[in-house]
Design a protein around this ligand. Structure first.
Ligand code: NAD
Length: 260
């Protein structure tokens, strides 16, 4: 990866975002981590990343529900590090429920965090990338950006929206050495997946083992979970010069799910 770059990774106090932040720091980028969690744990994550990789790591607690906080986070990163060269739009939440019982507030939150926050952060980061003539935007989409599952209407709608946004944005900046791509993971074992098991058990009338076997891993021909580190390695590759001609792409990492 090119040196002296700064990355902002939304939703990086846990799961996939944390793995991406660690991998970017490992590749030599200064990193702004973001997300919720226990203050002491977040500070431990931040300082250990700095110590391990010899880069600067800052924490910004911007709430992805709030456009002004998102714009302020990008501004603060630019002020502190001089640039935001890499933006990873990763924060996301899930809610599992039939459409006719889907809580309105959950629909609004999922669209705001999983879709609109990507627009707000990208809008704030693009002017600096255009000025400097280099940028990488990596959106954590999902296999659910390409195919659907029942009871996840808001999530599937938001992730399909990310696919459209990624492609449109990539075309706009194609001649400015800025690439915009989406990674589409299948099931990755993170707290987000763990948390949806009880609701899926309820919605489908299944036991925990049945949900894991017949719902989750049923979708993945390899019968294995993707790891956060595998997703992170692809994100780092997308930030390299070798990936300069990959843009507007939806890159699947789903154990064969969407090949079926
Ligand atoms: P996770 O729950 O482990 O992490 C989510 C992160 O987002 C956390 O850091 C959390 O604090 C942060 N976050 C949540 N709401 C926020 C808000 N309002 N403002 C700021 N930060 C907020 O989940 P994960 O599985 O690592 O998911 C990360 C991304 O990957 C999501 O976009 C998710 O849709 C996507 N994804 C996950 C899977 C999977 O199987 N786990 C598969 C495909 C795509």
């Amino acid at each position: 990866m090119p040196q002296d770059k700064t990355a902002v990774v939304t939703g990086s106090t846990s799961g996939i975002g944390l793995a991406i932040a660690r991998a970017l720091a490992g590749a030599g980028a200064n990193v702004v981590i973001n997300g919720f969690g226990d203050k002491a744990e977040i500070e431990q994550i931040r300082s250990s990343m700095e110590a391990e990789h010899g880069v600067s790591v800052a924490y910004d607690g911007a709430n992805m529900l709030k456009p002004q906080e998102i714009a302020d986070m990008i501004r603060a990163a630019e002020e502190r590090f001089g640039s935001v060269d890499i933006l990873v739009n990763n924060a996301g939440i899930q809610h599992v429920s039939p459409v006719d019982e889907f809580p309105d507030d959950k629909w609004d939150e999922i669209i705001a965090i999983n879709l609109s926050a990507t627009f707000h952060a990208t809008k704030a980061a693009l002017p600096g990338m255009k000025r400097r003539g280099w940028g990488r935007i990596v959106n954590t989409a999902s296999a659910h950006a390409l195919v659907a599952s029942p009871f996840k209407s808001a999530y599937v709608a938001a992730k399909h929206g990310i696919a459209g946004f990624t492609k449109s944005c990539a075309l706009e900046v194609a001649q400015q050495k800025i690439t915009v791509n989406a990674i589409c993971p299948g099931y990755v074992w993170t707290p987000l997946v763990e948390r949806q098991i009880p609701d899926t058990m309820k919605a489908r009338g299944m036991t925990e083992d049945e949900v894991k076997r017949d719902v989750i891993l049923a979708a993945q021909p390899t019968k294995e979970f993707v790891t956060p580190e595998q997703v992170a390695a692809l994100a780092v590759f997308l930030c390299s010069d070798a990936a300069a001609q990959i843009t507007g792409a939806m890159l699947s990492m789903d154990g064969g799910w969407t090949a079926a």
